[in-house]
Ligand binder design. Structure first.
Ligand code: ZN
Length: 398
């Protein structure tokens, strides 16, 4: 059991903060665009309120910006990226348009585009806080802790009152300090970071087991990560401190695999299970970006565990409680241990049904559609040849 990326991916920072999505062009036009961005473990809430929708004038940057903002609000990130990119090309001096494009690209998992967009927004307007916050998060999730800290330090100089910024910065410094004394063990596709020399044998075992998962899961999905993946080994206390996840979490993925060491991991099958599970989350992020519903992500990670989903699904046999898939789009991190058990069981069963009906390639194609900006229900219908709500109704009776 472990948390899912959609939430934890977004950050281990608690507390919601509203940031203004202003900018020269939008302010000038008095378009009320507010983006309350919750950079919180709960999720990256991106609600943009726009004035009354107006028909889009041909190649009008204002109309495009409105369109982009509405698309972000509706979580149609592919369309948002297109609209903001087109608008930014017409008004290259407007930082808010670059920021909008960056947010959309970030959510699609297109990190290079997102990074360039946030950097351009900051170059145009160095005091503009939102792109700095997102750029810092982007670096953090890519494991570039040093860059993340440096972006936030600069932002804090310009916005000394930003408390959320300060808290996040303090967390990152603490993590950086801890990590600076860690050692490394490497294989071709993984790097393990661990604290004490006593943990080295286990760290070696971790990267070797991950190599096995790499080939097994890669063959199942028909896809492999383009870059090495980092796994950080913690004590339970360090893990809790850094991820702030519930005690039932066995590990986490937020751009890096984070594993608290425990006696359970001394059993090779448990070590394999946990590592394989987190590696699948890494693959889902690579294939599908950041909008993949939690039940798909957790379900796939569970079904592809070496022993399959049997144990997780067994939890469903012990209760009549069933959770609707529509309630399982957000990360499971906030759930109680009991609800989490049912959520994982439901997710695993739903994904197993999907695979039985259409095979893994259809599921991978669905993920790739999401990374291109498709909305889940329509991509689902396209790839699974069934309406999402019908499938949800089916598994609710399962
Ligand atoms: Zn998981």
């Amino acid at each position: 059991m472990d948390p899912l990326k959609d939430n934890f991916t977004i950050g281990a920072h608690h507390g919601r903060v509203a940031w203004h999505f202003g900018g020269a062009l939008l302010a000038q036009q008095q378009v009320a665009l507010r983006v309350p961005l919750s950079i919180a473990p709960a999720l990256l809430m991106l609600a943009v309120s726009v004035g009354a929708a107006e028909p889009r004038a041909a190649r009008d940057p204002i109309a495009l910006a409105r369109e982009g903002a509405t698309a972000i609000e509706d979580r149609r990130f592919g369309e948002a990226l297109e609209a903001f990119t087109e608008a930014a090309a017409m008004r290259p001096g407007d930082a808010s348009l670059c920021f909008g494009a960056g947010v959309a690209a970030f959510m699609l998992g297109r990190n290079d585009v997102a990074q360039t967009s946030f950097e351009r927004a900051l170059a145009l307007n160095p005091s503009y806080l939102p792109p700095a916050l997102w750029l810092g998060e982007l670096h953090y999730r890519a494991g570039r802790l040093h860059d993340a800290i440096s972006i936030y330090e600069t932002a804090r100089q310009r916005h000394p009152g930003g408390r959320a910024l300060q808290h996040r910065l303090a967390d990152w410094r603490k993590e950086h300090k801890l990590q600076s004394r860690f050692h490394e063990a490497r294989t071709a596709h993984f790097t393990a970071l661990f604290e004490g020399p006593a943990d080295e044998p286990l760290a070696r075992q971790v990267v070797e087991r991950l190599e096995a998962a790499y080939w097994r899961v890669g063959a199942a999905l028909g896809a492999y990560p383009p870059q090495p993946i980092t796994v950080v080994l913690y004590t339970r206390e360090q893990f809790g401190d850094i991820t702030r996840l519930a005690a039932w979490s066995a590990a986490a993925y937020d751009g890096r695999i984070r594993v608290p060491l425990s006696s359970a991991l001394e059993r090779p099958e448990e070590l394999d299970r946990v590592l394989s599970h987190e590696f699948v989350h890494a693959m889902v992020a690579i294939l599908g970006g950041r909008t993949v519903p939690a039940w798909v992500n957790e379900g796939l990670a569970t079904v592809l565990e070496p022993e399959g989903a049997g144990d997780s699904e067994a939890a469903l046999a012990r209760t009549n409680v069933r959770l609707e898939l529509s309630k399982l789009h957000r990360s499971f991190v906030g759930l109680s241990s009991r609800d989490a058990e049912i959520a994982y069981g439901s997710a695993a069963r739903a994904v197993r049904r999907l695979i039985e009906q259409r095979g893994v390639p259809a599921l991978v194609a669905l993920l790739e559609d999401l990374a291109r900006g498709a909305q889940f229900a329509s991509a689902f219908q396209e790839r699974i040849a069934m309406r999402y709500e019908d499938f949800a109704a089916l598994v609710a009776r399962d």
